[in-house]
Design a protein around this ligand. Structure first.
Ligand SMILES: Cc1cc2nc3c(=O)[nH]c(=O)nc-3n(C[C@H](O)[C@H](O)[C@H](O)COP(=O)(O)OP(=O)(O)OC[C@H]3O[C@@H](n4cnc5c(N)ncnc54)[C@H](O)[C@@H]3O)c2cc1C
Length: 423
């Protein structure tokens, strides 16, 4: 790469945000180059090595938001609603006790999210809110708390009740979960050829002024652009604040530092055959907090997921211990699974710098996501799941929406400059 490489737009990070943004800019004939630290694209879209339809990162498209729905349609991909085949059994196993979804127990588990609509006044943590409204720490209260921690990937001790309330109010049809047929890899494979991409290229310094931005990579190369878009995950952004020369304005860096990244873990167990009822999910009191199953073109899988504080417990277990939990849990709900039924097991723990799960808003950090979404000096833009309003944050839908937002802003700006130039 020539040391004085120049382009209109540089995008850092080739996850779904960077890839979508690059595709959108190309549609508007704006030259852009995508820089990705890893040797592969996709970021937090991570498929299982042996069965690419199985996801070790993001799996579902929640709700039916315009930006992601439009992208999937343009890619001509099909989606399967989950649960498939009308399977809808939800179970909760605590000790020897099993509750199904029509039980009063299950309703209590879901009640915490409903109660959040009643939250008024000062922002408090979800933990404080739960105590105030009398949600217990055991029985159904245990699952209610674990469910929120899992869905938000957060510790309830600092998760903002006001932000969660606004997220659930704005989520819109979030109860619908769908999967891309064949997995997110299909979308990645469709987007990637449409991008000009440098893999294995880590950005280490960013020099910016009113006129331009210059990016330095780990091998010392320098690239200059009119606009720079950061799509790196929030934890990387937080750890990289010192790489900006000059430093970012206080308002932006404070907002970046105020948000939090959650943790999660996932396990995919490929099985030869299925002899269990068609459950949609069952929550447990073990290190794997929830299981669901997935029948794809090449076989069957049991998928386990834990997020928030429970991730530490998951991480301490070996694959054999987690598989044993699967066998015990399947038997608890009347199914059959033995070691000889298991073809292979893969798992990923998302709890390290550069491999965290998704962002959340801690108490007293309301409004920070919107600040992240503001362009900095008309030169630097931040996109990704952490930069979208309540409801979409932390999701693929949010990531894609943020890419559309930045693509629209950049193309508006270029059009304005061209029209001024031609007058
Ligand atoms: C276990 C798990 C389950 C999830 N489940 C769901 C789900 O079911 N539904 C849903 O909607 N969302 C889910 N999510 C969230 C979803 O994965 C993210 O919101 C989305 O993938 C974020 O995409 P992104 O492009 O913004 O960021 P990323 O995918 O993180 O991409 C950022 C890219 O930047 C690169 N990068 C970092 N630093 C540098 C640097 N210095 N130079 C160059 N490149 C750099 C990274 O390598 C990475 O490829 C889940 C996430 C996890 C971890």
């Amino acid at each position: 790469m020539p040391a004085d490489f120049q382009t209109d737009v540089l995008i850092i990070g080739a996850g779904i945000t960077g890839l979508t943004l690059s595709y959108r800019l190309r549609q508007k004939s704006i030259a852009c180059l995508l820089l990705e630290e890893r040797k592969h694209v996709g970021g937090r879209l991570a498929h299982a090595k042996t069965r690419s339809a199985c996801e070790l990162g993001a799996e579902f498209i929640h709700g039916s938001h315009r930006a992601i729905t439009a992208l999937v349609k343009e890619a001509n991909l099909e989606m399967d609603d989950y649960p498939m085949d009308g399977g809808e059994g939800r179970f909760f196993c605590i000790g020897e006790r099993i509750y199904n979804q029509s039980s009063a127990f299950a309703k209590q588990v879901e009640h915490l999210y409903e109660l959040l609509h009643t939250h008024r006044g000062y922002d408090v943590s979800v933990d404080q809110f739960a105590r105030k409204v009398g949600v217990s720490e055991d029985g159904a209260g245990f699952f209610a708390r674990a469910r929120v921690a899992r869905l938000e990937g957060a510790s309830l001790a600092d998760l903002s009740a006001s932000s969660l309330q606004s997220a659930i109010t704005n989520a819109g049809n979030a109860d619908r979960n769908a999967r891309i047929k064949g997995g997110f890899i299909k979308l990645i494979n469709w987007l990637s050829p449409n991008c000009t991409l440098l893999l294995g290229t880590k950005v280490t310094r960013i020099f910016w002024s009113e006129d331009r931005v210059c990016v330095q990579t780990a091998d010392g190369s320098r690239l200059t652009c009119a606009k720079l878009v950061l799509t790196v995950p929030l934890d990387i952004l937080q750890a990289s604040l010192q790489m900006f020369k000059p430093l970012l304005p206080h308002r932006s860096s404070k907002a970046i530092s105020s948000l939090r990244m959650g943790v999660a873990a996932k396990i995919v167990i490929h099985v030869k055959r299925v002899s269990w009822i068609n459950f949609s999910a069952f929550a447990t009191d073990g290190p794997v907090e929830v299981w669901w199953n997935y029948r794809h073109d090449h076989g069957n899988a049991l998928v386990g997921f834990t997020a928030g504080p429970g991730t530490a417990k998951f991480e301490k277990c070996s694959m054999a211990e987690l598989s044993d939990q699967a066998i015990t849990d399947i038997r608890r709900i009347g199914g059959q699974l033995s070691r000889s039924d298991i073809i292979n097991v893969e798992s990923v723990v998302w709890n390290r710098l550069g491999r965290m799960a998704y962002s959340y808003v801690p108490v007293h950090a309301l409004g920070c996501r919107s600040i992240l979404a503001e362009p900095i000096g008309d030169r630097i833009y931040i996109a990704g799941e952490a930069t979208v309003p309540a409801g979409l944050a932390g999701t693929i839908a949010g990531a894609v929406e943020s890419a559309d937002r930045v693509a629209a802003a950049i193309s508006r700006d270029f059009e304005t400059r061209l029209s001024v130039f031609s007058e």
